[in-house]
Design a protein around this ligand. Structure first.
Ligand code: UDP
Length: 331
């Protein structure tokens, strides 16, 4: 039997590269399509890489037509929330128009299975915690709007009766790195808490700033559902299998269903790195909901997702090991 072929946009990026690696290990034939704006050639550990942009419609169609994938996993997107506020058009173009280009190319090439990287940002300020998939999509920034817009496009494709089927994975706070140490987070100017704390421990940042200590949470800092990138990568493989086996188009949360505060994360990073770095308490960062925790039963029940890294220490440890290696790496 021919190996199943998977076309991966953004496969040279942080989450995409972990999925590409796993696809290779699971016996899929993979082709990564990435413009290398934030991704790295060295991060693509399975299959070939085509350097291309999802905004280049002709190239995208040509590459898909010649690869003839069974399914597409779509990571390529812009992901920095504050930048999305200052440059909304750029975000709508890449994240919405780029995805439309991909969906149209898939239609032309007769590819009908699609896994989409969505985000907990589609929920905005949640009405209740934990957040279930049925919660209304009410994003509070342009980044979240672009993800919600694509989800609405996907919903409408489903309603149209098109045989095309999709899974949208709504990521909570992704962190950690490949336990084998080959890949991990490697973007310039990271804004995420765990990465910034690790870089502070490493001495790359002078101090870690805590954005807000007066939230209505037990220790006053925000609570997030941190999920290990390896467990998230596994969710993509399961989503692919689900679609190939006839599963209905649907959205699934990707989180563990428990949360940690900023202070808890900072303490854990200090403990694991052995560095007592400087911490400064600052004003709240605009647009941060006090708590974001996933209801995670749906993906566990429907796809049989069983996390292997649901442990903050392990998430930070793999991230720390990677961060130490990263110093010597160049793109
Ligand atoms: N945060 C912080 N200091 C930092 C980066 C983040 O206090 O240097 C806080 C941020 O305000 C939020 C939480 O950590 O409450 C998680 O933020 P992150 O940017 O990692 O993810 P988000 O939940 O915004 O997607």
């Amino acid at each position: 039997m021919r190996k199943k072929r998977v076309f991966v946009t953004g496969g040279a990026g942080y989450i995409g590269s972990h999925v590409v690696k796993l696809l290779g290990e699971e016996g899929y034939e993979v082709l990564t399509y990435d413009n290398l704006s934030t991704g790295h050639r060295w991060a693509v550990l399975a299959g070939d890489l085509v350097v291309g942009d999802i905004l280049d419609r002709e190239k995208l169609l040509e590459v898909i037509k010649s690869f003839k994938p069974d399914a597409v996993i779509h990571f390529a997107a812009l992901i920095v929330v504050p930048e999305s506020v200052s440059r909304p058009l750029k975000y709508y173009r890449t994240n919405v128009v780029g995805t439309l280009n991909l969906l149209e190319a898939m239609k032309k090439a007769g590819v009908s299975f699609f896994v989409f990287s969505s985000s907990a940002a589609v929920y905005g300020n949640p009405e209740e915690i934990p957040i279930g998939e049925e919660h209304p999509l009410r994003p509070i920034n342009p980044y979240g709007e672009t993800k919600a817009t694509v989800e609405r496009i996907l919903r409408d494709i489903k309603l149209s009766g098109d045989p095309f089927r999709w899974v949208s994975l709504r990521y909570f706070n992704v962190a950690g790195a490949d336990p084998g140490g080959k890949i991990g987070f490697a973007y310039p100017d990271p804004t995420h808490l765990i990465i910034r704390a690790l870089k502070t421990a490493k001495g790359e940042l002078k101090r870690l700033e805590i954005y807000g200590t007066d939230y209505p949470t037990p220790d006053g800092t925000c609570i997030r559902d941190y999920i290990h990138v390896e467990d998230l990568a596994r969710a993509h493989i399961l989503a692919l299998e689900y679609l190939l086996e006839g599963g209905e188009s649907d959205a699934f949360n990707c989180g563990y269903g428990r949360g940690f505060s900023v202070r808890e994360v900072v303490d854990a990073v200090k403990r694991i790195s052995g560095v007592d770095f400087e911490v400064a308490e600052r004003e709240r960062r605009p647009g941060d909901p006090p708590a974001l925790v996933a209801k995670s039963e749906k993906i566990r029940k429907v796809m049989g997702w069983t996390p292997q890294f649901d442990d903050l220490e392990l998430i930070i440890k793999t991230g720390w090991e990677w961060e130490k290696r990263l110093t010597s790496r160049k793109s």
